[in-house]
Design a protein around this ligand. Structure first.
Ligand SMILES: Nc1ncnc2c1ncn2[C@@H]1O[C@H](COP(=O)(O)OP(=O)(O)OP(=O)(O)O)[C@@H](O)[C@H]1O
Length: 213
């Protein structure tokens, strides 16, 4: 298997506190993986290590064949991530954000088109609204749809289900599965059993131990 992501005994310590115990993960092209565990278990920390925005205290993290921190240029085109809030422009509508991504790929965006992507995410009703005019659930689904619209090989998602009701959690799951069906690789931290189960059919589940409380 050609590994897109290879995490080998990676851990993270802040001061004297280990916030991520040694963790390993191997993720090949087209696979999906769920990272699960209690609040504070280290899920976001692991995603940041894979994103290259943090470095492990011990162990190694390789993304696209390079140490995650050295994969900067490749990350721009080959990794799309939703870790926290998605960056948005206050004066561009929902549809214009997707159009911007499409244009940024200068004729090489593989599709679907903006209208189809909005329909798939159930966002047609708010297509002409600005980010500041969306409900919190709409904002989250918009952020997820926008993240998945970048035609990146690897997608990193931190709790994509947050602030979504049961119906929209289902939409979010289907969006993630559709990305996998198109050959993307997805690593998602989640508290949603439905998303965990869906990803478990597509690859490994990384269970992080609960932190001492
Ligand atoms: N810069 C930091 N300094 C000290 N501790 C930190 C720092 N960043 C994160 N932590 C701690 O690391 C632990 C793991 O945090 P992380 O955000 O990875 O957990 P999580 O599993 O994503 O939690 P949740 O499900 O609540 O989002 C937490 O106890 C957090 O307080």
């Amino acid at each position: 298997m050609n590994a897109l992501v290879e995490v080998t005994a990676a851990s993270r310590t802040h001061g004297t506190v280990q916030v991520l115990a040694p963790t390993s993960l191997c993720l090949g092209a087209g696979q999906g993986a769920a990272v699960v565990g209690a609040n504070g278990a280290g899920k976001s920390t692991l995603l940041r290590l894979v994103a290259g925005t943090d470095t492990p205290t011990a162990g190694t993290v390789t993304v696209l064949g390079l140490a995650a921190v050295d994969a900067r240029l490749r990350r721009r085109t080959q990794v799309s991530r939703l870790l926290g809030a998605a960056p948005t422009y206050p004066d561009l509508t929902v549809a214009e954000h997707l159009r911007l991504v499409e244009v940024a790929w200068g004729g090489h965006h593989p599709g679907p088109g903006v209208d189809e992507a909005l329909a798939g995410a159930h966002l047609e009703r708010v297509r002409d609204q600005y980010p500041g005019e969306l409900s919190s659930g709409e904002s989250q689904l918009f952020a997820l749809a926008l993240t998945l619209y970048r035609p990146a090989a690897l997608v990193l998602l931190d709790e994509p289900e947050q602030r979504l009701d049961a119906v929209w959690r289902d939409v979010a799951r289907r969006l993630v599965l559709a990305a996998l069906d198109r050959g993307r690789t997805v690593l998602a931290a989640t508290h949603d059993p439905g998303l965990r189960d869906a990803l478990a059919d597509r690859g490994p589940v990384v269970e992080l131990a609960a932190p001492a409380r």
